[in-house]
Every structure is written in structure tokens, then in C-alpha cells.
Design a protein around this ligand. Structure first.
Ligand code: FES
Ligand code: FES
Length: 154
């Protein structure tokens, strides 16, 4: 039995130790906002936060998240009012949308550790999140806007 917190809710799950966290989130807990892209840690579609840090849930065995606090896109804010979500909406970042929950989770993790990221900081932090639709310029603009919005609410 594995105990973990997902979006501030306690869960006790009877799962094999080697099950990837993404499988547990999507198939067992039914949180389907985190997406399956490559399954190899290469695309970022499955990005969630583990104790506030962005991780690739497709390559994170459930045994490695015991006792940790996991946040998925569904738990990032209560009313879609995280500065990153607000900026994403204002700039209308998504195209097909498939990669976007992972992009948002990586962006939120970046801003938690760097409240004024440069273009280089953004490119480096977001380099593992691929977007087949090429929304990169809007993602970068939205992260700058989110940094500004986050400072306004402080
Ligand atoms: S699905 Fe996890 S990194 Fe691609
Ligand atoms: S918006 Fe389509 S893959 Fe990124």
C-alpha cells in the first residue's frame, strides 16, 4: 500500500512499485489532465509537481513518490487563477492543447524558483517540454506575463 498526497488529498493505493506515476494518476485516480506523450521522459506532456518540483510522471515509479505531495494540473489552483493559467488564457497560448498541461506545470515550477526569468532561463527550463504545434513564442510571452501577474498579487 502506497500513501501519497495528490492535490492536497490523501490517497492509499495498492499498486505495484514499478507502476509509473502517470498510470496511477490517469487510470486509478482518474485525473486525466496529465497527458501521455512519449512514455520515456522526453516530451514533458506528463509533467506534474512532486513537492513543488516539476517531474516527468511517465518515468517516475510509484515507489519513488511514497509520502510525497503530488500536484497535477487539476490541483494547480482552485479557480484557474494561478498566474500561469491567467497568462495562458490572456495570451491564448494553446493550439491543439495536448502538451499544454505539462507546459503550464513546468512554467509554474520555474516561476516558483525564479520570479523574473530571462528568455534564456525560460528556454532552459522549458526545453524538455515539446510542442508539436510550435506554440513556443506564446509560451515564452505567457511566462513573462505570469511573472508580472504574480508580482502584482504579492
Ligand atoms: S509522456 Fe512523459 S515525458 Fe513524454
Ligand atoms: S499545443 Fe499542440 S502540441 Fe502543444
Amino acid at each position: 500500500m502506497i500513501e501519497l498526497t495528490i492535490n492536497n488529498k490523501q490517497h492509499k493505493l495498492d499498486l505495484p512499485d514499478d507502476m509509473p506515476l502517470l498510470w496511477a494518476l490517469r487510470d486509478i485516480v482518474k485525473l486525466t489532465g496529465s497527458k501521455y506523450g512519449c512514455g520515456k521522459g522526453l516530451c514533458g506532456a506528463c509533467t506534474v509537481h512532486m513537492d513543488g518540483i516539476a517531474v516527468r510522471s511517465c518515468v517516475m515509479p510509484i515507489s519513488a513518490v511514497k509520502g510525497k505531495s503530488i500536484t497535477t494540473i487539476e490541483g494547480l489552483s482552485e479557480n484557474i487563477d494561478h498566474p500561469v493559467q491567467k497568462a495562458w488564457l490572456e495570451i491564448n497560448v494553446p493550439q491543439c492543447g495536448y502538451c499544454q498541461s505539462g507546459q503550464i506545470m513546468s512554467a509554474a515550477s520555474l516561476l516558483a524558483s525564479n520570479d523574473s526569468p530571462s528568455d534564456d532561463d525560460i528556454d532552459q527550463a522549458m526545453s524538455g517540454n515539446l510542442c508539436r504545434c510550435g506554440t513556443y513564442p506564446r509560451i515564452r510571452s505567457a511566462i513573462h506575463l505570469a511573472a508580472k501577474l504574480a508580482k502584482e498579487v504579492k
